[in-house]
Design a protein around this ligand. Sequence first.
Ligand code: NAD
Length: 699
Amino acid sequence: MTAPASNRLERLWDDSRAADMTEAEKLLYRSNLLGSDKRVTNFGGGNTSAKVMEKDPLTGQMAEVLWVKGSGGDIGSMKLDGFSTLYMDKLKALKGLYRGVAHEDEMVGYLPHCTFALNPRAASIDTPLHAYVPKNHVDHVHSDAIIAIAASVNSKALTAEIFGEDIGWLPWKKPGYELGLWLEKLAVENPGMRGAVLESHGLFTWADDAKDCYLTTLEIINTAAGWLEAKTIGKPAFGGAKLPTLPADERRAVAARLMPVIRGLISKERHKVGHFDDSPAVLEFVGSQMLETLAPMGTSCPDHFLRTKIRPLVVAYDPAKPDLEATLATLPQSVSGYRADYAAYYERCKHPDSPALRDPNAVVYLVPGVGMITFALDRATARISGEFYVNAINVMRGASAVSTYQGLPEQEAFDIEYWLLEEAKLQRMPKPKALAGRVALVTGGAGGIGSATADRLLREGACVMLADIDGAAAETVAAGMAKVYGKDAVRAVQMNVTDEAQVIAAYATTALEFGGVDILVSNAGIASSAPIEQTTLALWNRNMDILSTGYFLVSREAFKVLRTQGIGGSVVFVASKNGLAASPNAAAYCTAKAAEIHLARCLALEGAEAGIRVNVVNPDAVLRGSKIWSGEWLDQRAATYSTDKEGLEEMYLQRSMLKRSVLPEDVAEGVYFFASDLTAKSTGNILNVDAGNKEAFTR
Ligand code: NAD
């Protein structure tokens, strides 16, 4: 049986490309082809291997070497250096050291002793599952269609029904040395078998040739998908709809209100970043008859629950009779209820040597009629956790249509989650960056100082929303930064700081994209120069609107979100030396900048009890990178001092006490200083970044 054309995995193997490849390169080619289709395996899920004859660098003799995806990594995007390489004869010799299942974890410690050619890539826990299958090529993938069968209560019978003797079946067993031996036994005793379904876990396939192995993997997945489709056609998924789905803009509005509240409740120890998903698969599940029975059963595949926690939190929201305020009021209790349940699960299942209880907060929040919210320590992890839960939804949809879905037994789930080997992996993770988990909104983010600031904050691990009246320019800057810091970390929104509705909307977008906000950099600005008699009311008002009223509006909305979250925050105003020191022919600008500085002081006073710090950075004469210095302001200032741009830069440099030019990066450093916990105990302060100007000395 085959899947319908629309759903069928296509054979992408290109013989002409593969013709000149080494066996290792063919393995990489196959891995990348398989892993880049999420229907084959989830991000980071599964592994692939090849047994290859290589020249031993020590003896010059040919030796059989296992190339297998190393610890961590993703088969879709990995490179050759993502494989570990191990001597097959040494791996076989390990069997003599095996003391039985109770001691299987110690076998991981022997793997480095089998390393071929000093390859530094650490071998994964799954290595024995590849080493002992007596075939040259082995694929292990987590296809949703296969796991749907693997997570059905009668998965053994279903596997036999679908694949006959072609594909074997093994009961649930935590991946490791013992499972490697089980798989070997199955393959040796059934030489005609082309693979095996592992209960609650995934698929193994094997062949003697790289291309055959690739084609076998595709064929088995296509067969499973086709079989599922034929069985489920015309049947409503999850028992049909129970609740309505809200229109897209309402879903987004509800999520934007929920996310900062949840974020505040779960970020007391460490800040978390959110992701929202209202894809059709999610909406179908959260509005279905089976939500309440399936969600608490948890996910099955170990990869799924390691990313999503054992089960999601279902938010008490009724899209048929929406009462968002009531839902918001229930959140503290549901979040603490989840934490208590998680701690109880830990207590029930822990072993004497288990690692300490980890963060007990939910990762996945399901909102009927609205979608799914996920939170993690960084944005990419939040998104990937959501993708994993969509895999789990697909699995539950398939399994519950053809059979009864079963999650992993609680103790088994715990033993994976708190596995000492898993803990060792966590301990090896690099220390989080200074602004990891923080979200910053930078106004005027497309400009010189704004974009330098965004870059500085991104470099420290923050997520950044670039907000600018010039939406297209902000998008361009964001696209450039995404190339450096990843597509998850940076977004752009069109926002005029003088337009109340646009400011409110920009914060809602930020909440939806990242979960809330921690840092406001109020920086958007213009400059104008005119003698007082020639300062029109329009010019005066324009300065006041953007530099004073605009700073007020973006701060007021920031304060609302920061208070909702209840985890403090930092507001940094980019004002100007001209806010402290009077300057000729710029009364409107100077006065508006002075107003900004005083606004910051007032807000520092109001925000302190909520842990909201408000500080000011005062730049002066940042000519490079600044758009201000390319327009009228440049001509006017040049005219005021009877010089040109170069002359002006030199004049400012000579005027400074330190005799140095001020760059956007210098101002960005000051903003970062106030935005970060380096200044956790400072508020109401002013930092001049002006290369020294005695007129601007603060009291
Ligand atoms: P810039 O012109 O390069 O950037 C300013 C950005 O603000 C632009 O991208 C612009 O589109 C945006 N913007 C303007 N009006 C807006 C509005 N109504 N809503 C939203 N965005 C708006 O200038 P810059 O040098 O990077 O200036 C940034 C801040 O630094 C300004 O507040 C400026 O007054 C202040 N400053 C600059 C200097 C300097 O010498 N460059 C000196 C002192 C203070």
